[in-house]
Every structure is written in structure tokens, then in C-alpha cells.
Design a protein. Structure first.
Length: 477
């Protein structure tokens, strides 16, 4: 097998072929730093981390670029509304740059707690305005722009494949169906490349440009910065599914209008995290942050565990129950690793894998290569830890290898002897769980129940989860 990815452009699973052998250029749209990132946003960044880690695991040298939007993102994607940064600064009585700095720091604190590896390049929009101006000049020179009402617009009618990514049917859309129409636009899909006519008297951040003093439209930053760090054509671009119809559609149009050739080869779009009680929204002030989970007594990696267990293209519904269940499974996983550490004793991790261990790793790799199936990869990790054919040292070596992708911090677990479960008990419970599973398979419910009681009599609690039966000694948190 080799890596296959679902390309939103064309909507199909495709074999991944890097532009340059062994190297991947990867751009993922980053945060707008006007408020704390919510746990939905964090899902998007954990997924980008899983993508980078997977590619590195598969042997690619990855350059991962993430932008920080600290200017130009309006409260509406379609050029109307206020600048998110400015609004936040006014509300908090701070300067725009103070706001940006504060929330950027908060963002990277969260990503650190979630074991998200720092992208190779983190670039701020405000530090790349000249790159944006240079790119807009190329778009203008190629005849794709018009100036109206003080702003420079991209003319979508000049770009025949506009909307391909989203399968937009431009003719079927009535002007104004999506948003209030800007009277300066020739076509409702046209978008601003450069604003000089600020909606606010006191637009805080402004730059000189050939079109007058002003500030960039939101979309141009991603085109300019990705090309600066990855070249005019690169392999993978990601973002949330919400970015397909406007932000990414506009990024493609302006990038390809500037260069005259294809820009991105694979578009990966990440599904949303939704709340069981409705949509999470930063603008509406209704959202959970990672800090609120920590305040509730969870660890950041409990949340990462929950995310790893869902495929990036599936919507994930968040609830306290789902996080509780992830926490229980993760504790049981950690206990298992710690118990193996005790059993391992002084034996060092093996330098080479046995056939049984290699088979586990092969299945894990196949899961990753199958459009990054992290739920299957997680099941493979559990399988390896439960595999009685593997010696403790070997099971640990396999688990640590897999954790290079999953990022659950297994290798950092400290064998606090008070916390480690007696390996004899682990062996006993594991063999009874296997017997109970066999009884269930044979539909021998009476035997299965009897075994469950026998397990409980050893002083442990049991929970059946989609990843298998999870257990822990009673009285252990
Ligand atoms: P923003 O900081 O608002 O620009 O959003 C940052 C990223 O989070 C974008 O890639 C969005 O697509 C993504 N995003 C926003 N809301 C959610 C959500 N509820 N679940 C998952 N991703 C989201
Ligand atoms: Zn972007």
C-alpha cells in the first residue's frame, strides 16, 4: 500500500504523489488571534498535527507552514462586517497588536499541552504585508482586478474555473443570496484584495500600497505566505470544511491568477467538532476552551485521545460523556503501558522487531496510509498492547513507535510505583477478559456474566467501549 488521501478538489480518494520525492510542502490555515481558540478550533490543529506526524512517520520530510491571522479577517468571510481583531481590541481597550500577542501566546500554550508539534514555519500576516502587495500586483498585471469604491477587487468572471473546489454553481446563485451585496462588486462572488476605504474611521493597522493606504483582504495572506515558504506549487493545503466555499475558493483563484498555473495538489478538509447542544461559536461567545476542560479536571491529552478516535472527515459531537469515556480509555491505556514498564524490568527495548511485532506495525501503517485513519490506528495500538505474543519490551517498542503519530505521550509516562497496577493482576484480568470475549462470541451469556463477576471480585471495575473492554482497579482515580 501507499498513502491515499481524500482530495476535496475532485472529491475522491487519490494516491498521494509528492512534487519532490520524499518531501512534502504542507500549508494549514491557522488561527485568527482575536480571542481564545475553542475546542473546535483545537480539533482542526490536532488534525494538522496528525497529518504532519503521519507524513513524517511514512518517511517524508515535511515543511509545515501555519499562518497567524492578525489583520484583515472580517467578522464575515465575504468582505462585510468588522475586522475581528479591531473589534476585540476596542472591546478590551487594548491595541490590536497587544490582543494578537496575548491570544497567540494562549494558542501555543494550548497546542503545547495537546502535544501538537510546532509547525516548521509560523508566519504572521502583519509581517508579510509587502509579500501580499507584491502578489496582488501580479494578479493586477494579469488583468484579474478592478478598482471600485476605494477597494481593489478580484474579478471572478475572469477566472473560468472559479468555484471548482466547492462545486459552486455561479449561475444558479442569485446576487445577494449569500450576503448583503456590496454595490461596488460586479459579481457577488468578487472579493476584496486590498481595502483602502475602511469601514472604520480608526482602522488601527494600515499600510501604504499602490492602491492607497489601507489593509489586505483576508484571503490574500494565505496565498502570499504559503508561496513564500513553500514555492508557487506545493503538495497539501488544509482547513476546516467551512473554508471550502469562500476562503479556499478565493485563495485558489487569486493564487492561480497570479502564477498562471496550478497551485495546490491535494486539499484536505477537516470536519467540525459540534456540541451536543448546538453550534459552537466564538463570535456568539458560546464556546468551550481547552482551559475550561482543564478546569473541569481533565487533562489536555484526554481531549487529544477523544480526537484521535474520530476520523478527520467525520463530524465529532462533543459531550461531557464522550470526554469522560476518552479519559477512562486513556487511563487504562496508560496503566497498561506502565504495567508493561514494570514487567519489562531491566530489559532494553529491542533493536529489531519480531514477525508478530512487525505485523502489528504493518497494520498500523496501513491504517495511516488509508486516508489517515486514526481510529483504526488507535485500535492497532490497543491490539499491540494486548498482544500476548509480544514480550513486554517489544510491546512497548511497538507502542512508542505508533505514538510517534498519535502523540499521546506514552513514552513520557513516569512509572510512579504507587500508580502502577500489579502486573500479576493485569495478567489475570487480561486473560479473564479474553475468556469473557470468547464466551460472548459463542453467545454463552451465562458464562460471560460469570466471568465478569469473577473479574469484579478481583477488585476492578469494567467498562465496555468501542475500543474494547476497559478496566481499572477499584479506588484508583
Ligand atoms: P478561526 O480562528 O476562526 O480562523 O478558525 C480556525 C480554524 O478552526 C479554521 O480552520 C476553522 O475551519 C476551524 N473551526 C472553526 N470552528 C470549528 C469547529 N467547531 N470544529 C472544528 N474546526 C473548526
Ligand atoms: Zn487560509
Amino acid at each position: 500500500m501507499s498513502l491515499r488521501l481524500f482530495n476535496s478538489h475532485g472529491r475522491s480518494l487519490q494516491d498521494f504523489k509528492a512534487l519532490q520525492t520524499g518531501k512534502v510542502g504542507f500549508y494549514g490555515c491557522g488561527p485568527t488571534v482575536y480571542n481564545y481558540a475553542h475546542i473546535g478550533n483545537m480539533r482542526a490543529y490536532v488534525i494538522d498535527d496528525l497529518i504532519t506526524r503521519s507524513l513524517r512517520y511514512l518517511g517524508y520530510e515535511v515543511t509545515h507552514v501555519m499562518n497567524i491571522t492578525d489583520v484583515g479577517h472580517l467578522t464575515d468571510d465575504v468582505d462585510s462586517g468588522e475586522d475581528k481583531m479591531l473589534r476585540s481590541a476596542i472591546e478590551r481597550n487594548k491595541s490590536v497588536l497587544e490582543i494578537a500577542e496575548f491570544y497567540t501566546e494562549a494558542f501555543f500554550r494550548d497546542t503545547g499541552l495537546l502535544n501538537i508539534q510546532r509547525p516548521t514555519v509560523v508566519c504572521k500576516a502583519t509581517e508579510h504585508v509587502q509579500d501580499m502587495i507584491d502578489l496582488i500586483k501580479r494578479i493586477e498585471a494579469n488583468g484579474y482586478t478592478y478598482f471600485a469604491g476605494g477597494n481593489l477587487y478580484f474579478d471572478v468572471s475572469k477566472f473560468p474555473s472559479y468555484g471548482d473546489l466547492a462545486n459552486l454553481n455561479l449561475d444558479a446563485q442569485q446576487a445577494g443570496a449569500r450576503v448583503e451585496v456590496d454595490p461596488n462588486k460586479k459579481n457577488p462572488y468578487d472579493f476584496v484584495l486590498w481595502f483602502t476605504k475602511s469601514k472604520f474611521e480608526d482602522q488601527a493597522l494600515q499600510w501604504d500600497s499602490p492602491w492607497g493606504r489601507g489593509y489586505p483582504g483576508w484571503h490574500i495572506e494565505c496565498s502570499a505566505m504559503s508561496m513564500k515558504y513553500l514555492g508557487e506549487q506545493f503538495d497539501i493545503h488544509t482547513g476546516g470544511i467551512d473554508h471550502i466555499p469562500v476562503h479556499h475558493t478565493n485563495e485558489i483563484a487569486q493564487s492561480e491568477a497570479a502564477t498562471g498555473h496550478k497551485w495546490v495538489n491535494y486539499w484536505l478538509h477537516k470536519e467540525f467538532l459540534v456540541m451536543s447542544n448546538g453550534k459552537m461559536s466564538k463570535s456568539a461567545g458560546n464556546f468551550l476552551t481547552l482551559q475550561s476542560l482543564l478546569d473541569g479536571g481533565y487533562e489536555a491529552l484526554d481531549f487529544r485521545y477523544l480526537l484521535v478516535g474520530a476520523h478527520y472527515r467525520s463530524q465529532l459531537t462533543y459531550s461531557t460523556e464522550s470526554l469522560d469515556s476518552a479519559r477512562a480509555s486513556r487511563r487504562s491505556l496508560n496503566d497498561r503501558v506502565l504495567a508493561l514498564r514494570v514487567k519489562q524490568g531491566d530489559t532494553s527495548l529491542p533493536a529489531a522487531f519480531s514477525a508478530a511485532a512487525q505485523a502489528r506495525l504493518d497494520s498500523f501503517r496501513a491504517a495511516i496510509e488509508d486516508d489517515l485513519s486514526t481510529p483504526r490506528a488507535l485500535a492497532e495500538l490497543w491490539g499491540a498492547l494486548k498482544d500476548s505474543q509480544l514480550s513486554p519490551a517489544e510491546a512497548l517498542a511497538v507502542a512508542f513507535n505508533m505514538d510517534r503519530v498519535l502523540g499521546l505521550g506514552l513514552n513520557d509516562l513516569k512509572a510512579d510505583s504507587a500508580a502502577v497496577v500489579d502486573p500479576e493482576l493485569v495478567a489475570k484480568v487480561e486473560s479473564l477478559i479474553a475468556e469473557r470475549l470468547a464466551a460472548k462470541k459463542n453467545k454463552d451469556w451465562a458464562a460471560a456474566d460469570a466471568i465478569r463477576d469473577q473479574i469484579k471480585s478481583l477488585g476492578v471495575s469494567l467498562e465496555d467501549t468501542p475500543q474494547g473492554t476497559v478496566w481499572k482497579p477499584l479506588g484508583k482515580a
